[in-house]
Design a binder for this molecule. Structure first.
Ligand code: GLN
Length: 188
């Protein structure tokens, strides 16, 4: 029998606790990651929502930026919201550094200040729909050729994958629907 997979949840800042619970419901072991040693124990990594600027700073402070980039060169990473911003090739509004692991361009806080958050029904490519929670979400403005769009909302991609990596601009960990986490675990 295959050993149960371990998924790290980057736990420097933001919404990591709910991801842990969603992963456990979806059948994986979850490990909060704050050090290189913890990262080395993982088969995949989730970068949660939060504040991407703060997360970038903390990754640098903890000496983890290079380690996460190298991890992503070999193993799957799933970025939620701020995590999606960290994985993108290009970030605007304002421009900022990133891990540059996926061929997507994102605009931060793109739904505007007046709409801080919303819940929307989003149709999913494989059938059915998803109740998507957006919180100060970015919009994915461009996707490269190798990127597969799994769900869109109002004409913009909100769930995409490229090879081993995946992002959502919404927060599936805030609902009881485990499909996004299951899709990620299947990549491990
Ligand atoms: N607005 C945040 C950022 O730009 C992302 C919000 C979130 O992760 N829910 O980093």
């Amino acid at each position: 029998m295959n050993r149960q997979k371990t998924v790290g949840v980057l736990a420097l800042q933001g919404d990591f606790e709910k991801h842990r619970k969603a992963l456990e419901r979806a059948g994986a072991r979850a490990l909060e990651v704050r050090t290189k040693d913890q990262l080395a124990q993982c088969d995949g990594l989730i970068i949660p929502g939060g504040e991407s600027t703060t997360m970038l700073k903390l990754l640098d402070l903890e000496g983890l930026t290079g380690a996460v980039r190298e991890f992503g060169a070999a193993k799957p990473i799933y970025g939620t919201c701020a995590g999606a911003i960290l994985l993108a090739h290009q970030v605007t509004n304002p421009p900022q550094a990133s891990l540059d692991l996926m061929d997507i361009s994102v605009e931060r806080n793109a739904y505007g200040r007046q709409i801080d958050s919303r819940i929307a029904k989003v149709p999913v490519k494989d059938g059915g729909e998803f109740e998507a929670v957006f919180i100060r979400a970015p919009i994915i403005r461009k996707v490269g050729e190798g990127v597969n769009v799994l769900a869109s909302y109002a004409g913009d991609p909100v769930w995409v994958e490229e090879g081993r990596h995946m992002v959502t601009t919404f927060h599936p960990e805030l609902t009881d629907d485990d499909r996004v986490h299951r899709k990620f675990i299947a990549k491990l």
